[in-house]
Design a protein around this ligand. Structure first.
Ligand code: NIG
Ligand code: FE
Length: 406
């Protein structure tokens, strides 16, 4: 048994464990002059320093604020090639969707990614995930979706498996059915259901299946078929929906008890009502709003309607080259109208729920000891600071990342 008492914490700030919805997202617990006891990678006790249990091993955190490790529930961190020419063209006025319709955008990343080996993908993704970790993300979802052909999709997921062995963060792999081939799409969807999904499930290469439900990608009916196959093979489902057009994917996903629906920039009253009435997490991605200049997802309205809102980076080369979970959190306060307290809940326990996890995201006995020591004595610096990392130390299972030379 290993036990460490972390002390000299000016503010220990946390939501309650488990998903929080509506007004409960603002209900943080704040302990001043606190301590935190970690036993074998799990939080054993949290409370005022003067009540701390005696233990031979203590660590003084030096008078700073401590919050739960952030959870990034939506990334496309594995890709090859770049989208720099796309970016320049977009800034000069070519819309993102038009680029995709012309065979560029996501499709150009697919060509580069499909040509890369597992080893190359691992080497490309590793520093991106390390950057997310240093920004405070202790659990990170990573999607496939730039493979298109099945062998390339499987290579992406194998790369995630190899990355898991190299990095202290928990990686959660998701099979993403991203855009259809330009010919034979009905056969493609059929083969996804009868070949790709069963292989991914058999080899345990992913825990969930995601679909990009959009005019330039998959229809609601195609999404329904892919979800049925995923569920039949014991995989959870999640959805990219309402990024440009509200096609009905959000309503379908809520009806099928999807883990989360992500994007929601084009969501209206019906989609907000569907999310608020379901246990499906509404995940907003402010990096996309910033990078593509899209409207912000209506996180404020979602919280006010009683939904469970999470937020993530959507790290990817095309719509969100955002390598910081902390920056995503700070953006959600500016762009999506979340309060600092709501944004912390969205980035921790609610992001965990978007991944089907309940053992993390809060500083409470029994939760994983994933936590952050900031540079500041005031936790709100996490939501305030832009472009400078306010996270001083990242602890995963009670271990400081700096001990892993990260
Ligand atoms: O979440 N919208 C679809 N998929 C990604 C973007 C992928 C890309 O542009 O490479 C997203 O925004
Ligand atoms: Fe995405």
């Amino acid at each position: 048994m290993t036990e460490t008492l972390f002390s000299s914490i000016t503010q220990l700030v946390t939501p309650a464990p488990g998903p929080q919805r509506g007004a409960a997202m603002r209900e943080l617990t704040m302990l001043k002059d606190a301590a935190l006891l970690v036993r074998d990678g799990v939080i054993a006790w949290v409370g005022p320093r003067q009540d701390a249990p005696q233990t031979p091993h203590t660590q003084d955190l030096g008078g700073v604020a401590v919050v739960p490790g952030l959870i990034d529930p939506h990334t496309h961190a594995v890709w090859a090639g770049d989208r720099l020419a796309d970016f320049e063209a977009r800034v000069e006025g070519v819309p993102y969707e038009e680029m995709l319709a012309r065979g560029g955008g996501i499709r150009s990343t697919m060509r580069a990614t499909a040509a890369a080996s597992v080893e190359e993908l691992v080497n490309l993704a590793r520093p991106r995930l390390e950057a997310l970790l240093r920004s405070g993300a202790t659990t990170i979802e990573v999607k496939s979706g730039y493979g298109l052909d099945f062998e390339a999709e499987l290579r992406m997921l194998r790369a995630v498996r190899e990355l898991q062995a190299l990095l202290p963060a928990t990686l959660r792999p998701t099979l993403l059915i991203h855009v259809p081939p330009t010919t034979g799409r009905a056969e493609y969807v059929q083969a996804v259901c009868t070949d790709l999904i069963p292989r991914v499930a058999r080899e345990e290469l992913a825990v969930a299946v995601d679909v990009f439900c959009e005019r330039e990608a998959f229809s609601v009916e195609e999404t329904r078929a892919i979800f049925a196959a995923a569920r039949a093979h014991g995989l959870r489902v999640k959805l990219h929906a309402d990024q440009f057009h509200a096609l009905g994917g959000t309503e379908l996903a809520c009806h099928l008890e999807a883990l989360s629906v992500d994007h929601l920039e084009a969501s209206g009253e019906a989609q907000i009502a569907a999310l608020a009435a379901s246990d499906t997490v509404a995940t907003v991605l402010p990096g996309v709003t910033l990078h593509l200049g899209l409207p912000a997802a209506p996180a404020r309205l979602l919280v006010d309607a009683g939904a469970c809102v999470a937020l993530g980076t959507d790290l990817n080369p095309g719509s969100s080259p955002l390598f910081s979970a902390q920056f995503a959190l700070a953006l959600a306060v500016r762009l999506n109208g979340l309060t600092p307290a709501e944004a912390l809940t969205a980035s921790t326990v609610n992001a965990a729920a978007a991944l089907g996890l309940r053992d993390r995201g809060a500083l409470a006995a029994g939760q994983r000891a994933d936590f952050l020591a900031l540079h500041s004595p005031d936790w709100r610096d996490l939501t305030y600071t832009l472009g400078l990392n306010p996270v001083r130390d990242v602890f995963v299972g009670g271990q400081n990342l700096k001990e892993n030379a990260l």
